[in-house]
Design a protein around this ligand. Structure first.
Ligand SMILES: NC(=O)c1ccc[n+]([C@@H]2O[C@H](COP(=O)([O-])OP(=O)(O)OC[C@H]3O[C@@H](n4cnc5c(N)ncnc54)[C@H](OP(=O)(O)O)[C@@H]3O)[C@@H](O)[C@H]2O)c1
Length: 274
């Protein structure tokens, strides 16, 4: 596209920035919807976040996605934190509305929509691996949908604190997965990102379960390969990424054909591995 004086500017702040697929996904969606908008990646090291957010306001950037490592600290540099982002304690989306920066969180919805492609969540027992920002979003989302949630993490004290704060059913170590019954398993640790390792043993994966890995690079993680081999239904992190991005687009552009946009973004993400 050719940007003009009236083109809407959007983007993502993260560090490092080289790996992000968000510009390809959002720009493909703008083209499919006929929106005169352009989405760029901004490599912003942690000490520059305040300047970057001042720049968003000063330049009139309509929507900025927020990724690692800024999702928590960005709350300091906005005017309004919506109720969900406040409860989760992290935002991945900032929209400029009436000259105010409004922070929200669509990561939880991305994970929930990805899981709901496979099953409904009310009344299910779910296990979330991890106690970082992504785990917080997903635990909140699962509880919001009526699931009973257990949080397992390498640092058990962090899992216990998260579970207590958000109202999860319990907490424990990663090893305790083997003795935990569940219908849904979500990996929200960073284990598997860039390496062929899993946060849990294959034997602990329940054959009838649904397994979502938030890690999307590589896409066929060790956890998902183990889960598939155990007879579980697997969902790649690409779907969480796509659904959280669809919700980000809705946050500034208003109601859109979400199914069409998800399919356009999936194509832009790249082919699914065999
Ligand atoms: N698909 C998507 O749309 C999407 C969206 C957001 C994030 N993500 C992915 O989600 C993952 C987590 O992101 P985050 O922002 O929540 O990260 P984070 O806040 O840094 O949390 C990292 C988590 O991983 C655990 N961990 C790290 N190394 C470990 C190891 N060697 N063994 C066991 N546990 C380990 C940490 O456990 P301790 O507490 O013990 O340190 C912590 O629970 C990343 O891979 C990110 O790319 C995906």
């Amino acid at each position: 596209m050719t940007a003009t004086a009236t083109t809407t500017l959007c983007g993502i702040v993260l560090h490092p920035a080289g790996h992000t697929r968000s510009p390809a996904m959002h720009n493909a969606a703008y083209a499919a919807l006929g929106l005169d908008a352009l989405y760029m990646a901004f490599d912003v090291p942690e000490p520059r976040l305040a300047d970057a957010m001042a720049g968003v306001r000063g330049l009139g950037i309509r929507q900025i996605s927020v990724s690692i490592p800024h999702k928590t600290r960005v709350l300091e540099f906005v005017d309004v934190v919506d109720a969900t982002a406040g409860r989760i304690g992290a935002a991945n989306t900032v929209v400029l509305q009436d000259d105010r920066l409004v922070a929200s969180n669509t990561d939880w919805l991305g994970a929930i929509r990805a899981l709901e492609q496979e099953r409904s969540l009310a009344g299910t027992s779910a296990v979330v691996l991890g106690a970082g920002g992504t785990a917080r979003s997903i635990v909140w989302g699962l509880i919001n949908r009526g699931a009973v949630v257990r949080v397992l993490n390498r640092s058990v004290a962090r899992a216990e604190a998260l579970a207590q704060e958000l109202g999860a059913d319990g907490a424990g170590s990663l090893d305790s997965l083997a003795s935990t019954p569940y219908d849904v398993l979500v990996n929200a640790t960073s284990v598997g990102m860039g390496g062929d390792v899993s946060p849990v043993s294959a034997a602990a994966i329940r054959p009838q379960s649904v397994v979502l890995d938030a890690v999307y690079a590589p896409e066929r993680t060790r956890l998902l390969r183990d889960a598939h081999a155990r007879g579980a239904r697997v969902i790649s992190g690409r779907w969480m990424l796509i659904h959280q991005a669809v919700a980000q687009l809705e946050a500034w552009a208003g109601p859109i054909d979400a199914e069409l946009v998800a399919s356009v973004m999936a194509n832009a993400f790249g082919p699914q591995p065999a």
